[in-house]
Unconditional design. Structure first.
Length: 409
């Protein structure tokens, strides 16, 4: 038994000390506690079989939600081993190198800046579990996304019925007035828990949380199921869209086929959900669609990486920027339209050069051109305000070279 308790497991407990898990656990606690208290007021569980079933189901929702939530947090997505290399050395030409993890990125893996590791089959980094959603915890995370709305719907019914029955018993109608008795003295002497104005306010607050959670988490569940049934991740959907854009931009005539869609929704479903709770694959080797190369996706990623270098645009910094998330001094539009992402911001100093690879109306994303970091693997990459830079025109020779690179791409 003691062999199960290891330092690594205890170290993972620190994940709870983050605003995401604190808020998530608080919402679960408030909704569950108020629903349990109100179920005693509305449908006493010891009098009828229906009351007993209602109470047991409510407890069951809470246990299942917390079980899958903590598994998604503590089991983790699975990480590519530090310094990992493919068994066949020649396969390395199809893979991207991770300078931080000192190895190659396995197929479907991506480096997470928050976890500071290459994550197997990375879908996204979720702040609510303070961990990545990936190969080993994708099933637990998705089950949490469906169980939370179902539990909240059940809790909402209990909260609504409790408030309705309590108010109905306390309302008295006069000739010209309506009175509601919200004293702590219960109108029904059989009630064990008194229901006053504070109980009503707490039930109303819990109802708002339950309805909001049902809508927000339910939408996330629908999004997750769409990608799971196609055996994709959110990142891979984006890669596929960029592949189509690249092919259209260069008119190469290629036809990109996503390699991990096995052609059957049930087979794709089984890649994530199993009776054991663990995925069928080890996170390194993946079954592919018939006719696809095992490294079809990674080859496409290498092409997109080269394409990004060719299509990037250089800018010169004309105004200092301190790296603030929501800079007030850069104008109201820049402040109001700050990117809603956990990607970093980079500090800028007047005269520096940056290469922008993508952008929004008021913000741009790119790399700092620092020659001193070119050979030691360090990058300064992130968002910066568009108004702080201007396009850097460094002569026709560079423009001509860029056009030749595009033709030879």
């Amino acid at each position: 038994m003691w062999s199960i308790i290891r330092f690594e497991n205890l170290h993972e407990l620190k994940r709870i000390c983050h605003w995401g898990p604190i808020i998530a656990i608080s919402v679960i606690t408030v909704c569950s506690s108020m629903a349990i208290i109100d179920s005693v007021l509305w449908y006493w569980p010891l009098d009828t079989p229906g009351g007993s079933i209602n109470f047991i189901m409510l407890i069951n929702w809470t246990v299942l939600i917390l079980y899958n939530y903590f598994n998604a947090m503590f089991v983790g997505p699975g990480y590519v081993p530090i310094g990992w290399k493919p068994e066949n050395f020649h396969d390395a030409m199809y893979l991207q190198n991770c300078r931080i993890c000192h190895g190659y990125k396995a197929p479907r893996s991506h480096h997470c800046r928050k976890c500071n590791r290459c994550v197997m089959k990375m879908d996204h980094h979720c702040p609510w579990i303070n961990n990545c959603c990936g190969n080993f915890n994708h099933g637990y995370f998705t089950l949490f996304l469906i169980l939370a709305p179902l539990g909240c719907i059940h809790a909402s019914v209990i909260l609504i019925m409790t408030m309705y029955t309590q108010l109905y018993n306390r309302i008295s109608f006069g000739w010209s007035s309506v009175k509601i008795d919200m004293s702590m003295t219960p109108s029904n002497p059989q009630l064990i828990i008194p229901f006053g104005i504070y109980g009503f306010a707490a039930s109303l607050f819990a109802l708002g949380l339950a309805i909001g959670t049902t809508i927000a988490v339910g939408m996330l569940f629908i999004i997750q199921m769409k990608v799971i049934l196609r055996n994709k991740t959110s990142i891979e959907v984006w890669i596929e869209e960029k592949a189509k854009d690249r092919i259209q931009y260069y008119q190469t005539g290629e036809q990109f086929t996503f390699p991990y869609d096995l052609g059957s929704k049930w087979k794709n479903f089984r890649q994530v959900f199993t009776w054991s709770g663990l995925p069928e694959t080890d996170g390194i080797v993946w079954p592919v669609h018939e006719g696809c190369h095992p490294y079809t996706l990674t080859i496409e990623q290498l092409k997109q990486k080269a394409d990004k270098r060719v299509r990037s645009v250089q800018y010169r910094v004309i105004e200092d920027y301190n790296g603030a998330c929501c800079p007030i001094t850069k104008g109201f539009k820049t402040f109001y339209n700050t990117p809603c992402t956990e990607e970093p911001r980079i500090q800028l100093k007047k005269g520096e050069l940056v290469s922008a690879t993508r952008g929004l109306k008021h913000w741009m994303y790119g790399d700092k051109n620092l020659k001193k970091n070119a050979y030691i693997g360090k990058h300064e990459r992130g968002w910066f305000p568009r108004k702080c830079v201007e396009k850097y025109l460094n002569g026709p020779a560079t423009d001509k070279r860029t056009e030749e690179e595009k033709k030879n791409f």
